[in-house]
Design a protein around this ligand. Structure first.
Ligand code: GCU
Length: 399
């Protein structure tokens, strides 16, 4: 009983502390400070980038390095080996519409290994290989139930299968537990040098690294068209989906749902969640250097429009929910808008309007796509339905 009461008060305290922080945040557009974004197309030695060659050879690598050093940490490029085994298979899943595979990926480095549980559904009556969506799951594993006894809008494989896509999911806990102490018990064991380095990767980097290992596997799975893989994440998972697509150019599409601060939203607007808050609540997400920017957004050599720019010319879909001001819907839209000039280097014009579209007015047929769904911070059928349209639009066009 005593334990229960202590637990109750602790939970109430933590919830109210969180609410208080969210209440203290600025949600007033007129109080957004004036700011100047770092120039995405100006190199470190101050020359203007005017073509995609200079972008790819000079400016893109510079920006990637700035994100590694100041925010997400180094992304290890090598590992010793990767083993995969299909531990469960059901060729009659979803009343025969799909084949379910549970694939265990084991990645070895430095005498240690990490096990990644991949749940995968592939449509049965569709010509192979098929395009796929991969979700970085930051919620409970019951959201990605391979038996389909439990179903949730967060990951609706039936919907994807019926649209001719494969759909997969991994769970963040396999890569780095989402905990300020235990986050080291995963990928970081394979790269111990990163643990105490100020620019070492932490949890978000480890989750993105894991998505790339799934891509290594997809390249070997004959059912999957590895040239057509969309990486998807919600919220903290959406921060990781952006980082995965920035680091790994094999992802054809990037979808970042309600990713907010240090995801798709501009930091300098200081609207909703801020760097100081995210680094205090979640010190295990970003590298140590990032703490230098607590209450000091303008000192950052990058802003989040530059993260989106790293994904160019590949299509990016960012979303928000109307009641989720913590994740700054307007700042997310502006981030996409400010990445447009990089897409222009490839002759790509986005179809985004000049100002944020209304609630439930998605802009899907665009390399920089956006919607602000009515409702709360979540990943829902409405969102997935639009992601399917987005993928269909881009894949049909490039055929
Ligand atoms: C918190 C955090 C956000 C994050 C969100 C989530 O609200 O402040 O940055 O996106 O959790 O992952 O749901």
């Amino acid at each position: 009983m005593k334990k229960f009461i202590v637990g109750f008060f602790l939970t109430a305290f933590l919830l109210s502390a969180k609410a208080q922080n969210q209440n203290e945040a600025n949600y007033d557009e007129t109080k957004v400070p004036s700011y100047t974004l770092p120039a995405v197309l100006k190199t470190a030695n101050n020359t203007q980038v005017t073509n995609k060659n200079r972008w790819e050879k000079v400016r893109r690598p510079e920006i990637l390095q700035l994100f590694e050093e100041n925010i997400y940490g180094q992304m290890p490029k090598r590992y010793s080996s990767l083993k995969h085994s299909v531990t469960k298979k059901d060729a009659t899943a979803m009343n025969g519409r799909a084949t379910m595979k549970h694939v265990l990926l084991e990645v070895f480095n430095n005498g240690k290994s990490v096990k990644i549980n991949l749940v995968l559904f592939v449509p049965n009556n569709t010509k192979k290989p098929v395009p796929a969506f991969l979700l970085i799951n930051n919620r409970g594993t019951d959201n990605t139930d391979p038996t389909r006894v439990k179903k949730s809008e967060f990951w609706p494989p039936e919907m994807l299968i019926d649209s001719g896509f494969a759909i997969a999911a991994i769970h963040v806990a396999d890569l780095a537990p989402d905990d300020k102490v235990k986050y080291v018990d995963g990928v970081l064991q394979l790269y111990p040098d990163q643990i105490n380095a100020d620019d070492g990767m932490k949890a978000i980097g480890a989750w993105a690294w894991g998505a790339s290992r799934v891509m290594d596997y997809f390249e070997k799975d004959k059912d999957i068209d590895s040239k057509k893989v969309a990486i998807v994440g919600h919220s903290r998972g959406g921060k990781a989906s952006l980082w995965a697509a920035a680091e790994d150019q094999r992802f054809a599409l990037c979808i970042t749902n309600c990713s907010g601060n240090t995801g798709a939203a501009l930091a300098r607007r200081q609207f909703g969640e801020r760097i100081n808050r995210i680094n205090t609540s979640f010190p295990h997400w970003f590298n140590n250097n990032y703490k230098k920017y607590n209450n000091n957004e303008n000192a950052l050599p990058v802003d989040q429009h530059m993260l989106i720019s790293l994904i160019a010319p590949r299509p990016v879909y960012a979303t928000n929910a109307s009641k989720d001001l913590w994740a700054d819907p307007t700042g997310t839209f502006l981030s996409l808008k400010n990445a447009e000039k990089v897409y222009s280097l490839y002759g790509i014009k986005s179809n985004l309007p000049a100002t944020p579209p209304g609630i439930n007015k998605p802009v899907i047929q665009s390399h920089l796509a956006y919607h602000n769904r009515e409702g709360d911070h979540d990943l829902m059928e409405y969102d997935w339905n639009n992601f399917i349209k987005f993928a269909n639009y881009h894949y049909k066009k490039s055929k």
